[in-house]
Design a protein around this ligand. Structure first.
Ligand SMILES: NC(=O)c1ccc[n+]([C@@H]2O[C@H](COP(=O)([O-])OP(=O)(O)OC[C@H]3O[C@@H](n4cnc5c(N)ncnc54)[C@H](O)[C@@H]3O)[C@@H](O)[C@H]2O)c1
Length: 447
């Protein structure tokens, strides 16, 4: 089978991840064009994929004004810049892979779906969790009837305290008006899962939440506007930007909370003896950790570059003195037409980044925890037996899902049928829009 081709629109964090699929599987996909205004990012992708200079552009408008140059377009621009590029890409003749959220309004989502139907181009939205072993297994257990008839789902999105601070207090999604409300930005994946598992249309939705932790009222006494300005509580603060971005401390601690004993020992060793650790090849990479979220704050990942970004950019700000308005905790309840009730609990105070789920059916209870890999258990009522389904993956975070959606996209480009349709994705977005309305207006909304 000959490889398929794609262009990248928006070569930031996500665009870079999707492009790297082509590096890993060159027999499946080749990146042949890029549009990205930031020079370093544009050049990084162009060099890595040997893109001819005539296919390298600064903006999506530029690349899409040229004759179609690939089978597919991967659109990974920020939340507010999805509708126009994806509609234009499909009109130009590209099959589209679009980052979530599809759009910030129902009208925007509908415009995208209409464009897909009108042009006949396929549209896949990056609901990457559907492509993980963990959630695929949950779906299989639900669909196979192992749990009996299911009546209730409890699903929690436990956002780690450092991810919350990085993305939703200091970073790109801190302000709902400049990006999208938390329920859409963070939880449209979870809504998609609930809709997938319930196998029914949602009927009623209610939601409560608020911003209570990351506010000026919670600032420690004497805390300056920036962590680089000599904060009196720097040594005790879990949100200390220098610890987070220069030393990667929350990330290293996060590794110690995984099941990997070797990683845990390595991290403790590094934290105690950083200089010595630099001499040991296997642990050296951890010492000068420069992956996410550090990689997002600057293109210059030297010590000086990071400190400059902290002194001048958004990520050095005290978490209690930002221009954030996103909720830091929210609870949403849903009733589906088939009678299933579901609860989605999102909060940004977790010690570890993970999702937890519990589904109760007439014959069994399923419990699971997902954070990269994870573990699933089914407790059978009649026998009292506990069946454990260990989920193993070498990939961290939701990289497994990122790879999965790219594999699916290649399949679609080859004429195959994808796992999820654009209409399915629309449903989860409508659930988010209505949940947001229910939360703001403090009422139950009918879908
Ligand atoms: N599927 C997931 O699990 C997941 C996870 C994180 C983020 N996201 C979503 O992915 C999208 C991208 O997030 P990110 O973290 O990569 O953001 P990012 O800011 O790192 O990347 C966006 C890129 O778009 C570029 N851009 C800006 N204007 C442009 C233009 N006119 N033409 C072309 N490119 C332009 C920016 O320079 C930037 O490099 C967001 O919508 C985000 O919500 C999805």
């Amino acid at each position: 089978m000959k490889h398929k081709t794609a262009i990248i629109i928006g070569a930031g964090d996500r665009g870079g991840i999707y492009a790297s699929y082509a590096t890993r599987y060159p027999d499946q996909l080749k990146i042949v064009g890029v549009a990205e205004p930031v020079k370093e990012r544009r050049e990084r992708i162009a060099t890595a994929h040997r893109i001819p200079y005539q296919n390298v552009f600064s903006t999506w408008e530029d690349i899409l004004s040229k004759p179609v140059m690939a089978d597919g377009a991967i659109i990974a621009t920020q939340d507010t810049m999805h509708v126009e590029p994806v509609v234009r890409a499909m009109e130009a003749g590209y099959h589209a892979l679009l980052e979530k959220p599809m759009a910030l309004t129902e009208q925007g989502c509908n415009a995208i779906i209409n464009a897909s139907q009108k042009t006949g181009m396929t549209l896949n939205v990056c609901h990457v969790l559907r492509y993980t072993q963990f959630f695929s297994k949950v779906k299989e257990l639900v669909s196979d009837g192992i749990l009996g008839d299911i009546y209730t789902i409890y699903h929690a999105e436990n956002v780690s305290y450092y991810h919350m601070a990085h993305s939703y207090v200091r970073g790109n999604w801190r302000n709902s008006k400049e990006s999208s409300p938390m329920i859409l930005a963070k939880c449209c994946h979870d809504m998609d899962l609930l809709y997938w598992f319930a196998e029914s249309m949602p009927r009623y939705i209610s939601s409560f939440g608020g911003l209570h932790n990351f506010t000026p009222q919670k600032a420690p006494k004497g805390a300056p506007k920036r962590c680089t300005d000599g904060c009196p509580v720097a040594d005790e603060c879990e949100y200390n930007a220098i610890d987070t971005y220069l030393h990667g401390i929350p990330i290293k601690l996060g590794v110690t909370k995984t099941d990997s004993r070797a990683a845990s020992i390595a991290v403790r060793f590094i934290m105690k003896f950083p200089r010595l650790a630099k001499l040991v090849p296997v642990v050296r990479d951890y010492v000068d950790y420069r992956g996410w979220p550090v990689s997002v704050i600057t293109e210059d990942l030297t010590k000086e570059g990071i400190m400059k970004a902290l002194r001048e950019g958004p990520y050095g700000r005290c978490v209690y003195h930002c221009d954030n308005d996103q909720v830091d905790h929210q609870v949403t309840t849903i009733e589906f037409h088939n009678g299933i009730t579901a609860m989605l609990h999102m909060h940004g105070l977790s010690e570890q980044e993970c999702r937890t789920i519990r589904i109760d059916g007439s014959k069994a209870t399923l419990r699971g925890k997902y954070g990269g890999g994870g573990q699933l258990e089914v407790h059978v009522h009649r026998t009292g037996k506990k069946i454990v389904y260990p989920i193993k993956t070498d990939l961290i975070g939701h990289s497994e899902g990122d790879w999965g959606i790219m594999k699916n996209f290649v399949k679609v480009l080859n004429g195959g049928k994808g796992l999820t349709s654009a209409i399915d994705s629309l449903q989860s977005h409508i659930m988010c829009f209505r949940a947001h309305r229910a939360c703001v207006e403090k009422r139950v909304v009918e879908l």
